[in-house]
Design a protein around this ligand. Structure first.
Ligand code: ADP
Ligand code: MG
Length: 227
């Protein structure tokens, strides 16, 4: 097994069509070690979210190679990629992205059911308990506060015990105190599970909690010496 959680090599990606086409990622090479927490920072529009989507297997690069936990994502067809994502990659978005018609419990159980994990509902209940929401299992997202919704999203992302957890400005929609609670939770669970974390953030305090910071500028990794 590789000791790299993520290996990106010479990733190029353009998005959009015609005149709105943008060369978003320009030759990105980056390794993330198992168990590492990497903070991805850089100006708005520099490609942070897009790079995270590539790491999560939600965007395929135009060229370059991406491996997650030793698996070359380019070698997987769409079905195999979706299965791999469900088991090995947890994603937390700024805007929570819970399924509005499902309870907290059903939201967290969903990826477990898709991965054929036995006792998905019991596991999901335990995960919600771990994020302090054991008393909110049957609430729908609209009945939960922003902080509670993000806790559900964290429980959902970590429930399958993914090899990597990626989070895109997970505190961006929350007030400072609530955001701090989410950050504590993310780092505590990451440590407990031995997961790898890649975190996009504008918050220097949050970036400092990571083992290492990677700065993007105009689709490239900025030289740490020049930063
Ligand atoms: P960041 O997260 O660092 O703010 P993004 O990865 O969201 O940056 O976007 C990087 C650049 O790519 C931006 O200039 C954005 O406008 C452009 N972009 C993102 N998605 C698309 C798309 N689907 N079509 C065209 N351009 C896009
Ligand atoms: Mg972004």
């Amino acid at each position: 097994m590789s000791d790299k959680a993520v290996a990106l090599s010479d990733i190029d990606l353009s998005l959009g069509r015609g005149p709105s086409r943008v060369h978003v990622l320009r030759g990105i090479s980056l390794d993330v070690a198992k168990g590492e927490a990497v903070g991805l920072v850089g100006p708005s529009g520099s490609g942070k979210s897009t790079l995270l989507m590539v790491m999560a297997g939600l965007e395929r690069p135009d060229s370059g190679r991406i491996a997650v936990a030793g698996t070359d994502l380019g070698g997987l067809d769409e079905d195999a990629l979706a299965r791999f994502r469900g088991r090995s990659i947890g994603i937390v978005f700024q805007a929570f992205h819970l399924v509005p018609t499902m309870t907290a419990l059903e939201n967290v159980a969903l990826p477990l059911e898709l991965a054929d994990v036995p006792d998905a509902l019991a596991r999901a209940a335990a995960e919600l308990d771990a994020v302090g929401l054991g008393h909110r299992l049957h609430h729908y997202p609209a009945q939960l506060s922003g902080g509670e919704q993000q806790r559900v999203a964290v429980a959902r992302a970590l429930a399958p015990n993914p090899a990597i957890l990626v989070a895109d400005e997970p505190t961006g929609n929350l007030d400072e105190a609530t955001g701090r609670g989410i950050v504590d939770l993310l780092f505590t669970l990451k440590r407990e599970r031995g997961a790898t974390l890649v975190l996009v953030t504008h918050d220097p305090g949050l970036a400092r909690l990571c083992d290492r910071t990677v700065r993007l500028r105009a689709g490239r990794v900025e030289d740490p010496v020049a930063a």
